[in-house]
Design a protein around this ligand. Structure first.
Ligand SMILES: [Zn+2]
Length: 220
């Protein structure tokens, strides 16, 4: 947006905090209180089965309330207007990222099935994370492909979710992950079966380690 247009837009639609609606100086900004409550980067507990493919996993906050609302608006209502608020959250988390998840290596987004991505118009993991990770020194590679359409995970019980995702991913022909330390990124982690299936495919293609980073998780 041009500078003049931005001033005009901010005058007509003043930017506000995505939680409490308080006015903030910049589009995508949060008030300090809501940012502090929402941004809770933490390491996720993983059960032994999960640890057979995933070395570690982190989330930037909890999958309820504010973050859940922002993610749903992006995924299901295709509201890209929530992205600046997400970017601000990630920027605030940058010191944590560079301390906790080292070394910077290769980041890989969990892919959607091609037809699904065409229908949605984007891959949310890519919209959320790509710019921020590149800025923080990571390589970005679309190293995974989804081999088949899967059912939406949210309607399924845990065992059915694992079944639904089994063998869903394949490393891309040009993935070149052999010997690499990979950070798999997605919008959410709930049962973890999607990230687990992605990690298995990356390991099958020779990745040395696979860690995961999501925007939100309901695991504490
Ligand atoms: Zn607020």
């Amino acid at each position: 947006m041009g500078a003049v247009l931005e001033v005009l837009a901010n005058f007509i639609f003043p930017p506000h905090c995505p939680v409490c609606q308080a006015y903030v100086p910049q589009r995508g900004g949060w008030c300090q209180d809501c940012l502090t409550v929402t941004l809770r980067p933490h390491r996720l507990p993983l059960d032994p089965a999960m640890l057979s493919a995933l070395d570690a996993a982190w989330a930037l906050g909890s999958y309820h309330g504010t973050l859940r609302g922002l993610i749903h608006r992006l995924k299901y209502q295709r509201q890209r207007s929530v992205l600046p608020a997400m970017q601000t959250l990630l920027t605030a988390a940058s010191p944590w990222l560079s301390q906790e998840i080292v070394p910077c290596a290769m980041a890989v987004p969990v892919p959607l099935y091609a037809a699904k991505e065409r229908e949605r118009g984007f891959n949310q993991a890519e919209l959320i994370f790509q710019e921020w990770l590149l800025k923080n020194g990571w390589q970005w590679r679309r190293a995974l492909q989804r081999r088949r359409a899967t059912l939406p995970q949210y309607g399924l019980a845990a065992e059915a979710r694992a079944q639904n995702m089994r063998g869903a991913f394949l490393a891309a022909a040009d993935a070149a992950v052999q010997g690499s330390d990979v950070l798999l990124v997605d919008d959410i982690l709930t049962t973890g079966s999607t990230l687990f299936a992605g990690a298995l495919a990356l390991r099958a293609a020779g990745a040395r380690s696979v860690r995961a980073l999501v925007l939100a998780s309901d695991r504490q």
